[in-house]
Structures are given as structure tokens and as C-alpha cells.
Design a protein around this ligand. Structure first.
Ligand code: CP
Ligand code: NVA
Length: 317
């Protein structure tokens, strides 16, 4: 069986991503499934965290358990990874025990190195460059609300960061249009932009950058933001002042379609990138989005670890 990893969302073809999202939606709707569907039975899946996590950790642990597997969480300070053991040696050792490894790290190069040294699938659970599991749940949530990709017009307001990178790749892959408003100097990574443009050319998605949040939000039916200062950037305290005018508030969202959905990967810094009024409005789908992390990751885990079981389930639904 071919060994596959998920380091960024474009490690999947557009067709695979579409299938993974549809599978996740089917599983979510199928209440009785877990009594008989246990593709990870007899397997332990390890998850390494170098940074804190609420959603990623809990959604992986519960999702693995629901698929019949055993979740094992490994916190950076409790294992030898780093100063006393290389990433590559850790990968080789863990591959002898585990069915797959998820890894939340600082430098994206570390998850690349872990995957290069592993003999089991490695899933990026957030790095400074990519957050593919978030993007899978995000496009799932968007499709639950707007089932036709061609109708989707996403406005990203904020930093050109890891969450935007995989969101724009996923949107372009599925033919959803996205306009991202970022302050000057906070543009997304040039290589990710190039990969996004290539996917958009194939799908027909329109991708546009602006420095004006009102421009991005006008006519949008999805508005998405994230914290202005990401984990690992806490020393960049000056960064906040560059985001003045980029708060998603009642005045800004008044420019969007009336039935726009508000999205945020969470955790949100209420009063900074988003107001309580928007977060708690009827347009907000942030908690559905958080729940969908679990369903999307169950689909990804089964697809990467036990593709035959994934395909058999897809056939039936
Ligand atoms: N969205 C997300 O990845 O949340 P956590 O940092 O809580 O895992
Ligand atoms: N951009 C944020 C996302 C957290 C889920 C970070 O990297 O901290």
C-alpha cells in the first residue's frame, strides 16, 4: 500500500478532497455507524503537540476512539523529541508502535522531516505554514451551508497565515472563490499563492488579494478571520497595530450578503479580530466548524490509514 502523508491540504487531489468532505458529511449524518464501522481497530494513533490545543487534540482523540482506534497524546516536554532525540529518529521509533502520527509543531520543516523518516502516515496538526485539518473542516462547513461550490464567495480578513494558506488552497481546489484582505506586509506565502493560482486555473475559482476589508466583504457569503498574532509569534507584539481596520465587526459585515456565514478556526480573541456581536450572531457557524474538525479528521484518518475501508464506506453512502 502506498504511504501517504497530509502536510498541506494540496497533498490531496481536488477530487480526493471533495470525496473526503462528502464522506465526512455522510458519517456525521449516520448516527448508528460506529457500532459496526471500526477501521482503526487494534491500532494506536499518536499525536505529538509542541503547542497547546483544544479542538485539534480533543477532536483527534474522540474521532480515533469512534473509529475503533486508541488515541495516544504525546506532549513535547514528556518525550525525547527535540534536544535529546532528532525528529527523524523519533519518526522511525514511533512508526514501530503506531498506525499513524499527527504532529503540531512550530517550524513546518519539522513535520516534513517527521514524514520523511516515518513508515506510517503523518498528518500535520498545524505548523507555522499549514493547517490542513482545519481547511478540510472549513470547506465541509462551507458546503453544509452553500452546497454549490461555484456560489461560494469567501472573504478572509486578517493575517496571511497558516490557516489562510490551506483555506485558499482548499477553496481553489474545489472551485470556491476567495478574496483575502491582509495589511501590507502580511501577504500569504508566495509559493502557496502560486499553488493556489494553479488550482484555481483548473477549477475556475477566482482568487484575489486586497488591502481593504470592505472591498473583500462586499458581496461575500462567507467571512473568515483568525487571530492577528499566532502561536509562536507572541514576541511580535507590535504586530497588532498593523491590523487596525481589520476587525470583523457589525459595521464591516453590513457589506456582506444578509445570509453570510461567519467563520473562525478558534480560539478567538474576542474584541480583537472579531466582536462578540459577530461571533454570537445567528450568522456565526464557528461551533459547527469546530465540531466538523472531528468528522473531517475521521475521514482523513481512514483515507490515509485504511483506504479500502474508506472506499467501501464511500461506496455504500
Ligand atoms: N483551530 C484549532 O486548531 O484549535 P486548537 O488550537 O484548539 O487545536
Ligand atoms: N493561526 C493560528 C491558528 C490557531 C488554530 C495559530 O497558528 O496560532
Amino acid at each position: 500500500m502506498e504511504l501517504r502523508h497530509l502536510l498541506s491540504i494540496d497533498d490531496l487531489t481536488p477530487e480526493e478532497l471533495q470525496g473526503i468532505v462528502e464522506w465526512a458529511i455522510s458519517v456525521k449524518l449516520d448516527d448508528g455507524l460506529f457500532e459496526e464501522f471500526t477501521p482503526l481497530s487494534g491500532m494506536t494513533i499518536g499525536s505529538i503537540y509542541e503547542k497547546p490545543s483544544t479542538r485539534t487534540r480533543v477532536s483527534f482523540e474522540v474521532g480515533i476512539d469512534r473509529l475503533g482506534g486508541n488515541p495516544l497524546t504525546l506532549l513535547k516536554n514528556d518525550i525525547q523529541l527535540g534536544s535529546s532525540e532528532t525528529v527523524a529518529d523519533t519518526a522511525a521509533v514511533l512508526s514501530r508502535y503506531l498506525g499513524a502520527i499527527t504532529y503540531r509543531c512550530f517550524a513546518h520543516g519539522d513535520v516534513v522531516e517527521l514524514a520523511a523518516g516515518a513508515q506510517v502516515p503523518v498528518i500535520n496538526a498545524l505548523s507555522d505554514l499549514h493547517h490542513p485539518c482545519q481547511a478540510a473542516a472549513d470547506v465541509m462547513t462551507i458546503l453544509e451551508n452553500h452546497p454549490n461550490s461555484e456560489d461560494v464567495r469567501i472573504a478572509w480578513i486578517g493575517d496571511g497565515n497558516n490557516v489562510l494558506h490551506d483555506l485558499m488552497l482548499a477553496a481553489a481546489a474545489l472551485g470556491m472563490s476567495i478574496t483575502y484582505a491582509v495589511p501590507k506586509g502580511y501577504e500569504p506565502d508566495a509559493d502557496v499563492v502560486k499553488r493556489t493560482d494553479k488550482l484555481a486555473k483548473e477549477s475556475g475559482a477566482k482568487i484575489r488579494m486586497t488591502h481593504d476589508p470592505v472591498d473583500a466583504v462586499t458581496g461575500a457569503n462567507v467571512i473568515y478571520t483568525d487571530v492577528f498574532v499566532s502561536m509562536g509569534e507572541e514576541h511580535l507584539s507590535d504586530k497588532m497595530s498593523d491590523f487596525s481596520g481589520f476587525q470583523v465587526n457589525e459595521e464591516l459585515v453590513a457589506n456582506a450578503d444578509d445570509d453570510y456565514i461567519f467563520m473562525h478556526c478558534l480560539p478567538a480573541h474576542r474584541g480583537e479580530e472579531v466582536t462578540d456581536g459577530v461571533m454570537d450572531s445567528n450568522n456565526s457557524v464557528v461551533f459547527d466548524q469546530a465540531e466538523n474538525r472531528m468528522w473531517a479528521q475521521m475521514s482523513l484518518l481512514t483515507f490515509l490509514i485504511h483506504p479500502a475501508a474508506w472506499a467501501a464506506f464511500a461506496e455504500l453512502h
